[in-house]
Design a protein around this ligand. Structure first.
Ligand SMILES: [Zn+2]
Length: 247
């Protein structure tokens, strides 16, 4: 759990939420952008994770009912799984997503991940087939949610002193990342992950267009950034040294 702050009212708070996979524990990293007016949650975990998100927010002194917006990087189940539950409990929350992702988040178009999983299922055998079926069930359990506001590449939100929306397609066509020049923070979503301390594209087998994903990763690495926050992998600092300003 870390905070990058550039003044007392503007903070980037990185959450650590453990996820149990059998006997392995992974961690996902939603982020909260805080300023005088907004409390913006970036991505919100798997289906059934509302309580975990609430707990992680409270640990940081953020009351869940004070969240004003949730921005979704893309419509994968680990990023929007708890969106509908969050919105139903905290009705004041406005949902923001890229104009390309919005129809999938709202359920107007079928999930691309589900389509991919269904098409791969035909070639699977034995335990892989069983895993594939469970995965399909999991994807079908994601509830759609209405998107209040759409954004696109180049948009600058006034959150946290300025938050730039960057199109980072590849993992999914409408995937976005968020750049905060004032704090020199990049929130990568799944456009970048960290493996053995090295920035990589997240999970190639789930990347719908690997070529575009590589271009997006290259694009992110060109920005002047002190702290990359990867949803899977956590913090990456280009110089390999910790630059977090802990509060
Ligand atoms: Zn993900």
């Amino acid at each position: 759990m870390k905070k990058v702050r550039c003044c007392c009212l503007e903070q980037v708070v990185i959450l650590d939420i453990p996820v149990q996979f059998g006997d392995r524990v992974d961690t996902i990293h939603p982020v909260v952008l805080l300023d005088e007016h907004e409390r913006v949650l970036v991505d919100c975990g798997y289906v059934g994770f509302l309580e975990k998100i609430e707990t992680a927010l409270l640990e940081q002194g953020i009351v869940p009912a004070s969240i004003t917006k949730i921005i979704i990087s893309h419509h994968d189940h680990d990023h929007m799984g708890s969106l509908r539950a969050f919105k139903e409990k905290y009705t004041q929350v406005e949902i923001v997503a890229s104009e390309l992702e919005a129809p999938y988040i709202e359920g107007a178009l079928p999930s691309l991940r589900l389509e991919q999983a269904v098409s791969m299922q035909e070639d699977l055998q034995g335990s892989e087939r069983e895993f594939g079926e469970q995965f399909i069930q999991l994807l079908r359990s994601v509830s759609p949610a209405f998107v209040n506001r759409t954004v696109k590449d180049g948009d600058v939100m006034d959150w946290c002193g300025g938050c730039h929306v960057l199109a980072t397609p590849g993992h999914m066509p409408g995937h976005i990342s968020l750049y905060l020049p004032k704090q020199k923070v990049m929130i990568t979503g799944d456009a970048m992950a960290i493996e053995d301390g090295i920035p990589v594209i997240a999970n190639p087998q789930f990347t719908l267009d690997e070529e575009r994903a590589k271009q997006s990763l290259t694009k992110l690495l060109r920005y002047e950034v002190d702290t990359f926050v990867c949803y899977h992998g956590g913090i990456y600092t280009p110089q390999g040294e910790s630059k977090e300003l802990l509060t």
